[in-house]
Design a protein around this ligand. Sequence first.
Ligand SMILES: [Fe+2]
Ligand SMILES: [Fe+2]
Length: 187
Amino acid sequence: MTEDKLQDHKTPAIYRCAYPAPYPEVKVTAPNPYYATLLLEDYAGQVSELSAINQYVYHHVVLEPDFEEVADLLECIALVEMHHLEILAETILMLGVDPRYRTIAKNETEQYWDASFVYYGTSLCDRLTADIASEWAAIANYRRHQNMINDPYIRNILERIILDELHHIMLFNQMVDKYCRPQMQRE
Ligand SMILES: [Fe+2]
Ligand SMILES: [Fe+2]
């Protein structure tokens, strides 16, 4: 397949829910296991890309019968989170650490990702509220890690991911305005 075809093939769903800007090349200045352990939290910790993917796919499935528009958005955003997961995995590997789905504490204890990290929820609006909160929490962690990682390539990658997370908050808020605000006003 030519490069052009590959680009075309990429365009649909993923980029509908990504901020319209290119991604920087995945690159690191030098291997650094400490930086990798920080990124493992964003990758497979409690608030992480892996949690977001699983939470959004679950919300997509359970909301699809009644709220197709929201369900479609969740699937589309989950694909972008999958791209973030891949970018972080490649970065962690370049930093010299195996990107298994786990975090590593200071005493070297590993905690593997757990399905209890997902907020399952009970209704449309509490799920959307949790999804927005998880985007904000992810941004806060990315900002904290940006300040701890003295590698311009990684800082740049995190900055680009943050743009997507802000875009997701905007998209989720549109759904809250449409499906949840009228209900709140009536209550
Ligand atoms: Fe993400
Ligand atoms: Fe996101």
